[in-house]
Write a protein that binds this ligand. Structure first.
Ligand SMILES: *Cc1c(COP(=O)(O)O)cnc(C)c1O
Length: 457
C-alpha cells in the first residue's frame, strides 16, 4: 500500500514554536502539572481535542467574506438550510452556537422530570443537559463496546435487547426520544453500523418513539460503514449518510467536528410542533431563527464545510491517518483501545505504566510525560476526570479505566507530525519505568480535571 498523502496542499501556515525538554518541565511546574493550564503557544502538537480545531479550506475562507450579516432572512442561512436538507433530509433547521446549545434547547422542549433518554453512550454535555432537566441519561452500548482490547467492527452499536427491555420496564410515556451517537465519542470514536441504526429505528417505530442521532461525526461514521459493512462498498459517503438519517427523525449537531468549522451547531428535525417550540427558546437565548447565535459568515463557512466533509479522498485520508498512528503505537507495544476510532487514539495508561497504581494517576502521569518529552498535549480520561471522592470518608475512588486520548484535529497536522508523535512514544516506551506517579495537590468539587493541581511523587 502506498503512503496515504494529505489530499490538500498548504497555502497558509501557522508557525509552531520549538521548546526544549528543560523549558517544558518548567512550564509544567508553572501549570501545576495540569495541561489545561498551558498556553497553546507552548504546545508543539496539540492533540487535546478535535473539536473546533479544524483547518478551514480556501472555499470556507472565501465563504466567510461572502457571509450575509442581515439580522433576518440571511442568504447564508438559506444556503446552509439547502445543504443540510440535501444531506440530512429533515424539514426544519435550527442553528445554534454549538452542540450543547442544541442539546439544551431540544431537551428543554421534549424532556420532563423523571424521564429517561437512552443512547449508545451519552457524550458528557448531552448527559449533563439531560440531567439538568432532572431526567436520566442511560447508556446502552453493546458489551463489546466496553472492552478496550476486543476487536469488533462496530463497537458503537446500541444493544437492541437492552433498549427493548428499558422501554418495557420504564414505559413508552417515560421516554421522550431515543438517541444514537455517531461515531460514539465517549466509547472511543467507534462507529455504529447501518444495520444497527435500522434495528434501533424499527424498535422506536414499533413503540412510536422518535429517534435522534447525535451526528457530530456522521461523515466519519458513514465512511466506516463503507469500509466495514457488506453491501456499502460501492455507495458514496453521501448516499450512506442520507440512508443513516432516513431512519431517524432528527439530529443534534456540533459543527465543530464534521462540519469543519471552529464554532457552530444545529438541530434538524421533521416534527413541526417541537421545531416551533425550539425556535421560541432559540430566540430567548441564542438569537433569531435564521442565525441562532452565529454570525452570517459562520453559517456560510458551515454550509461550505458540509459540502467538503463527505469527500471520499478526505475521509479515506482521515480514517487512514488515525489508524496509522494507532497501528504504529501498537507495534511499539503501547496498549491502545482497538480498533482505532475515527477521530482519536486512546492509550491504556494503566497497562502502559503498570508500576503506577490507579490512585496515583497513571493517565495524568503519561500525559505530563508526553508533554515533557515531546511537547505533545493530550488529555487524561480516567481517574482524574471520572474518579470520585467519597463525601463521608474523603476516600479517593479510581475510574474503571485510565486512558489518555490523542485527538486529531482535521486537516491540521501532516504525517511527519504523526511520525514525530510515534518517535516520542518510542522514547517513552524505553523509559516508562522512570515515569513517576502523581497526586492531587488541590481539587475543586466539580469537573475537577479542568482546574485541579497536581504534583509528581
Ligand atoms: C462535542 C460533542 C457534543 C457537544 O458539542 P459542543 O459543540 O462541544 O457543545 C455533543 N456530542 C458529541 C458526541 C460531541 O462530540
Amino acid at each position: 500500500m502506498k503512503t496515504i498523502i494529505e489530499p490538500f496542499r498548504i497555502k497558509s501556515v501557522e508557525p509552531i514554536r520549538m521548546t526544549s525538554a528543560a523549558e517544558r518541565l518548567e512550564l509544567l511546574n508553572e501549570a501545576h502539572f495540569n495541561l489545561f493550564n498551558l498556553h497553546s503557544e507552548h504546545v508543539l502538537i496539540d492533540l487535546l481535542t478535535d473539536s473546533g480545531t479544524s483547518a478551514m479550506s480556501q472555499e470556507q475562507w472565501a465563504a466567510i467574506m461572502r457571509g450575509d450579516e442581515s439580522y433576518a432572512g440571511s442568504k447564508s442561512f438559506f444556503e446552509l438550510e439547502e445543504r443540510v436538507k440535501d444531506i440530512f433530509g429533515y424539514k426544519h433547521l435550527i442553528p445554534t452556537h454549538q452542540g450543547r446549545a442544541a442539546e439544551r434547547i431540544l431537551f428543554s422542549v421534549v424532556a420532563r422530570p423523571g424521564m429517561v433518554i437512552p443512547n449508545n453512550n451519552h457524550f458528557d454535555t448531552t448527559r449533563a443537559n439531560i440531567e439538568y432537566q432532572k431526567c436520566e441519561a442511560v447508556d446502552l452500548v453493546i458489551d463489546e463496546g466496553t472492552k478496550p482490547e476486543l476487536l469488533h467492527p462496530f463497537k458503537g452499536n446500541v444493544d437492541v435487547k437492552k433498549l427493548r427491555k428499558l422501554i418495557e420496564e420504564r414505559g413508552r410515556s417515560k421516554i421522550p426520544m431515543v438517541m444514537i451517537t455517531v461515531t460514539n465519542n465517549t466509547g472511543g470514536g467507534q462507529p455504529v453500523s447501518m444495520a444497527n441504526i435500522r434495528d434501533v429505528s424499527a424498535v422506536c417505530h414499533e413503540y412510536g418513539l422518535p429517534l435522534f442521532l447525535d451526528a457530530c461525526r456522521f461523515a466519519e461514521n458513514a465512511y466506516f460503514i463503507k469500509l466495514r459493512e457488506p453491501g456499502y462498498e460501492d455507495k458514496t459517503p453521501l448516499e450512506i449518510a442520507r440512508e443513516m438519517f432516513s431512519y431517524a427523525d432528527g439530529v443534534t449537531m456540533s459543527a465543530k467536528k464534521d462540519a469543519l468549522v471552529n464554532m457552530g451547531g444545529f438541530i434538524a428535525m421533521n416534527n413541526d410542533e417541537w421545531a416551533a417550540k425550539c425556535r421560541n427558546l432559540l430566540i430567548l437565548t441564542e438569537g433569531f431563527p435564521t442565525y441562532g447565535g452565529l454570525a452570517g459568515r459562520d453559517l456560510a463557512a458551515m454550509a461550505q464545510g458540509l459540502s467538503e466533509i463527505l469527500d471520499e479522498d478526505y475521509l479515506r485520508y482521515r480514517l487512514a491517518s488515525t489508524e496509522y498512528l494507532g497501528r504504529h503505537l501498537d507495534e511499539l507495544g503501547v496498549p491502545c483501545v482497538k480498533p482505532s476510532g475515527g477521530h482519536a487514539i486512546f492509550i491504556d495508561a494503566r497497562a502502559f505504566l503498570d508500576h503506577i497504581e490507579p490512585l496515583q494517576l497513571p493517565g495524568q502521569a503519561l500525559a505530563c510525560a508526553l508533554y515533557e518529552q515531546g511537547g505533545i498535549r493530550s488529555v487524561e480520561i480516567g481517574t482524574v476526570m471520572f474518579g470520585k471522592v467519597n463525601p463521608e470518608t474523603g476516600e479517593q475512588l479510581a475510574a474503571p479505566m485510565d486512558l489518555v486520548r490523542l485527538a486529531i484535529p482535521r486537516r491540521v497536522y501532516t504525517q511527519s507530525h504523526m511520525d514525530y508523535v510515534i518517535e516520542v512514544f518510542a522514547d517513552l516506551a524505553k523509559s516508562r519505568d522512570s515515569i513517576r506517579p502523581m497526586a492531587f495537590v488541590d481539587q475543586p468539587p466539580f469537573l475537577r480535571h479542568f482546574t485541579a493541581k497536581f504534583k509528581r511523587l
